[in-house]
Write a protein that binds this ligand. Structure first.
Ligand SMILES: CC(C)(COP(=O)(O)OP(=O)(O)OC[C@H]1O[C@@H](n2cnc3c(N)ncnc32)[C@H](O)[C@@H]1OP(=O)(O)O)[C@@H](O)C(=O)NCCC(=O)NCCS
Length: 126
């Protein structure tokens, strides 16, 4: 199960040095990661863990970011999603800028962990 999105880096996303603020990139990773988790679980999902994230190359204002999230592990109520962020601009070819693994937990209406594959609900999409 996969989710992806494109996002342009605007000046309000930058730190005083002109690079994208790390928290902005982490926020994007968390958002798109959750879309992949929700698609797989077909339930509301909350973030329980953000694994190691390394910022390999600088991301600048005006860069286009492609965020790709893939479910790589499904537990009873938790899912791990690998999230990659590619940087693209008019000067250089597309490059992998950042990668990390995030874990989500599927929850019920009360916010309690709920099984990802619930036999009483509709079958998950492939
Ligand atoms: C996520 C949450 C519902 C889990 O509740 P819990 O009572 O700790 O759940 P459990 O101990 O039953 O564990 C449920 C699943 O989460 C996994 N899990 C719990 N803590 C974890 C951690 N620190 N890292 C990775 N997985 C974790 C368990 O392994 C289990 O997975 P499984 O069912 O696939 O085997 C609860 O901790 C919570 O609400 N956290 C806040 C979430 C939030 O607000 N996120 C937004 C970011 S601020």
């Amino acid at each position: 199960m996969e989710a992806r999105t494109l996002e342009l880096v605007f000046p309000e996303h930058a730190n005083p040095g002109g690079n994208a603020f790390g928290g902005f990139v982490l926020g994007l990773m968390d958002k798109v990661g959750s879309y992949a988790a929700i698609r797989r679980a077909r339930k509301r999902c909350v973030t329980v863990r953000v694994g190691e994230v390394v910022f390999e190359v600088p991301i600048k204002v005006g860069d286009l970011l492609e965020v790709v999230a893939r479910v790589v592990r499904v537990g009873r109520t938790s899912l791990t999603v690998e999230v990659e962020v590619y940087r693209e601009n008019l000067r250089e070819p597309k490059v992998l800028a950042t990668k990390g693994n995030l874990t989500y937990v599927a929850v019920d209406e009360q916010g309690r962990p709920a099984p990802v594959d619930d036999p009483t609900s509709a079958a998950p999409q492939p």
